[in-house]
Ligand binder design. Structure first.
Ligand SMILES: [Zn+2]
Length: 242
C-alpha cells in the first residue's frame, strides 16, 4: 500500500508514468484544445490503490445486476474521485455532482482532509499542515463505464468498446475514456485518429483495429496492476496513419 502510494507520486520517466503525470498532460491538452500525439503517451500508467478499490466495486455490482454503469472521474487535490453513477446507460455527459474538499485542523501538525460528493463523505485522510493547498484543485478528467458479462456455453465473456462507445467518444470531444470489464481499459483519442465514426459497426472495433487502423492509444491492465499500452504495428511509421 505504501509502496503503491509512493509509486503513484514518485515514479515517472518517459516510458512509465504515474497518473499524476498523465493528469498534468490531460489538463494541458484540454486547455490548448489539442489531442495528444501518440509519442506523448507513456508505455505504462499506474493508478492509485483507492481508484482500484472503486473499480473493483463497480465491476462487482455490474456482475451482480448486469447493468452498465457510467461514472465521471475528477481530480481533486491529488485524488481521483469517481462521481455520480448512472446505471443502465453509457453516458459521456459529465456528472453534475457537487464535489468539495474540506480541510479541518486535527492538531498542531495535521489536518483532516475530507472529500464530499453530493453531500456524502467520499474519502477522509490526514494531511500534514504544510501539504494543505492554498487553493483547492478540482478538474473533471474523463468518463468511464462498465460492461456486464455475457455467458455463452458456460463461459463468461465481456464485450470490448462498442461502436456506440467510440461514436460517443468522438462526438463528445473527450480525450480519453475508460472501460471496466473483468479488466480495465483506457483509450486515448490522439491527433492521428481520423475516422468517420458514424459508419462504425461493433465488428469493426477490436483491440487490434483501434490501435493499428484507427490511431487510438489503448491501455489494458488487470485490476490493481500497472496499465500497459497495447503496442502498435505502426510505431515505426506513424506517418502512415495520417
Ligand atoms: Zn460500452
Amino acid at each position: 500500500m505504501l509502496k503503491s502510494f509512493l509509486n503513484f507520486f514518485l515514479s515517472d520517466d518517459s516510458s512509465h508514468s504515474s497518473f499524476y503525470a498523465v493528469y498534468q498532460k490531460i489538463v494541458k491538452w484540454r486547455s490548448t484544445n489539442t489531442y495528444p500525439n501518440p509519442y506523448d503517451l507513456p508505455d505504462t500508467i499506474s493508478l492509485p490503490y483507492e481508484f482500484w478499490e472503486r473499480i473493483r466495486g463497480l465491476h462487482k455490482n455490474t456482475r451482480a445486476d448486469r447493468l452498465e454503469r457510467s461514472v465521471s472521474v475528477y481530480w481533486v487535490d491529488g485524488e481521483l474521485i469517481l462521481s455520480s453513477i448512472t446505471t443502465g446507460s453509457t453516458s459521456f455527459v459529465r456528472s453534475t455532482s457537487q464535489i468539495r474538499a474540506a480541510y479541518t485542523p486535527k492538531n498542531k501538525e495535521y489536518f483532516i482532509k475530507e472529500i464530499i460528493v453530493d453531500g456524502k463523505r467520499y474519502s477522509r485522510k490526514e494531511v500534514y499542515y504544510k501539504k494543505v493547498p492554498q487553493k483547492i484543485e478540482l478538474q473533471y478528467l474523463f468518463n468511464m463505464h462498465t460492461h456486464p458479462p455475457h455467458v455463452y456455453n458456460e463461459q463468461t465473456y465481456y464485450g470490448f468498446f462498442s461502436a456506440q462507445d467510440i461514436k460517443s467518444l468522438m462526438g463528445s470531444g473527450a480525450i480519453l475514456t475508460g472501460l471496466i470489464t473483468n479488466e480495465f481499459y483506457l483509450i486515448f483519442r490522439t491527433n492521428k485518429v481520423n475516422i468517420d465514426a458514424n459508419t462504425l459497426e461493433d465488428k469493426d472495433i477490436t483491440i487490434d483495429s483501434v490501435v493499428n487502423n484507427f490511431g487510438y492509444v489503448l491501455y489494458k491492465g488487470s485490476f490493481g496492476k500497472k496499465l500497459y499500452r497495447v503496442s502498435s504495428n505502426l510505431n515505426s511509421d506513424q506517418s502512415a496513419i495520417n
